[in-house]
Write a protein that binds this ligand. Sequence first.
Ligand SMILES: [Zn+2]
Length: 479
Amino acid sequence: MKKLLLLFVFINVVAFGQKQKMAVNPIKTAVIQSVDKHQQELISVSDKIWAYAETALRENKSSKELADYAEAQGFRLKRGVAGMPTAFTAEYGSGKPIIGIMGEFDALPGISQKAQPTKEALNPGAAGHGCGHNLFGAGSLGAAVAIKELMQQGKLKGTVRFYGTPAEESVGGKIYMARDGLFADLDVCLDWHPDVEIAASTQSSQAMVDFIVEFKGKAAHAAADPWNGRSAVDGLEAFTDGVNMLREHVRPSVRMHYAIMSGGDVPNVVPEYAKIWMWVRDSKREGVETVFSRVKEIAQGAAMIAGVEARVTVQTGDYELLVNRTGASALQKNLEILGPINYTAEEIAFAKKIQEVQGGEQIGLDGKIHPLKETQEHPTGGSTDVGDISWIVPEITLIATTAPPNTAWHGWSVVACGGMSIGHKGMVLAAKSLAMTMVDLFENEQLRKDVRTEFEQRKGSHVYKAYIPEGPPPLPIGK
Ligand SMILES: [Zn+2]
C-alpha cells in the first residue's frame, strides 16, 4: 500500500512539473530570453567592474560602466544623486506601478585575487570583489533591461527603476539615497546578493550602529613629569575594559567589535589622543539602541577614570531587514520554474580545489532550488543597508550561488569565483528570477497589495529614522 502510494505521488509530481513548464506565462518566457540575449554584455559589465575593484564611494569607473550601459539601453539617467558622485538611478516607462531594483558595485580593500582556485593577488595590495558586488550590480541591471524590453513592446505598463547604490561595505550609500526620498514612490523594491546557495530570502539581517570614540587627554614627558599628563590611551583602555565586561550582560544576539585606530605615537610621551572605531549589532534595532546607550555611558565612565574627555560620533548604521514572505513566495515560484544551476566538471573541480585549499569539506557547489525556508527573525551574521530600504518599501531579496560553501566570505575565493563562470551563472539566474518576479508584480495588482499588507504589518507604527548624521555623505578625500 505504501509503495503504491509513493508511486502515485511520483507520477503526480512529474505530471505537475510538466504542466507547470507548459503553463509558464509567455511574458516570463520573454524576460528569460531577453536575459539570455544580453548575457554576454552583462558578463562583460560584471567582469569589468570585477577588474576595477573600486572601494566605497570611489567606484567611479564601476558606476559609469553600469550607468552607461543603462543609458545605451534607453533608460533615463540621474547621475550623482543624494550627494554621491557614484550613486545613480536609471528609469524606464511611466506611471504606476513603480518597481525598483537595486545594484551594488563596491569592492573590499586588500583582497585582490586572480580568477583561479588558489590564493594569488591580481594586483598585490589592491581591492577585490570579496562580496560579489560586481555580479550584484550587473545582474540587477540585466533584470531591469529585460523588463524595459517588454515595456517597449507594450506588454507591461508602469515604471522600472534601477538604483545604482554605492558604498554598501561602509558608509551605507542606500541610506543617503533613502534620506533624499529616492525610494518613497516605489510600490515594491527587489535586490539580490551573491551567496553559497540559491534562495528566496526569508532571513532578516542584523541592525547595527557604526561609531567612533575619541579620547582627548594632556601630553607630558612620560618620565620627567607624568603627573602633569592625562593619558588618552588610559581612557581608551578603560573603555575597552568596560565594553568587554558588558559582553557578559547582553543578549546572545548582540555582537560588539572594534578596531583601535589611534593609540599614541611613542612610549615616552603621555598620549593626548586616542581613537577607537566600533560596531554594535543586534537582530533588532531596539536591541542596538539599548546596548549603544550603555556603551556611551562606558565611554564617559572611562573618560572619568583617566581624567580625559570622550566624544562619541555616529558614522552610520543599518536597520534589520523586514522580511516579506509574500514577495519571497512569488520569487520562489519563479526559481522553481527556472530550476537549478547546472555546473560543468571544471566548475565543480574549481570549487573543490578552493574547499581543499581552505580546509573545508570538498562538496563542490550548491546550485539546487531548495524549498522556501522558515522566516528567520533573529539571524546571526551580517548587516546591510538594504535593511533600511525594507522599512520604506516592501523588499524582496534573492540570494544566489556565486561561490562554493565552506568558503571564507569577504575573502579571496569569493573574488576568484566572481570573476569566472561560477559567478556568472549565479548572476544570470538572479537576473532571470528577479525579472520574472517583476513581471508578477507589474501584472498582478493583488500581489502588490498583499506584499504591501505584509510590509505594513511588520513595520507597525515604527517611524523610520536613519542613523546617518546630518549633512552630506562622507566623500573620500584624495585618490
Ligand atoms: Zn555584500
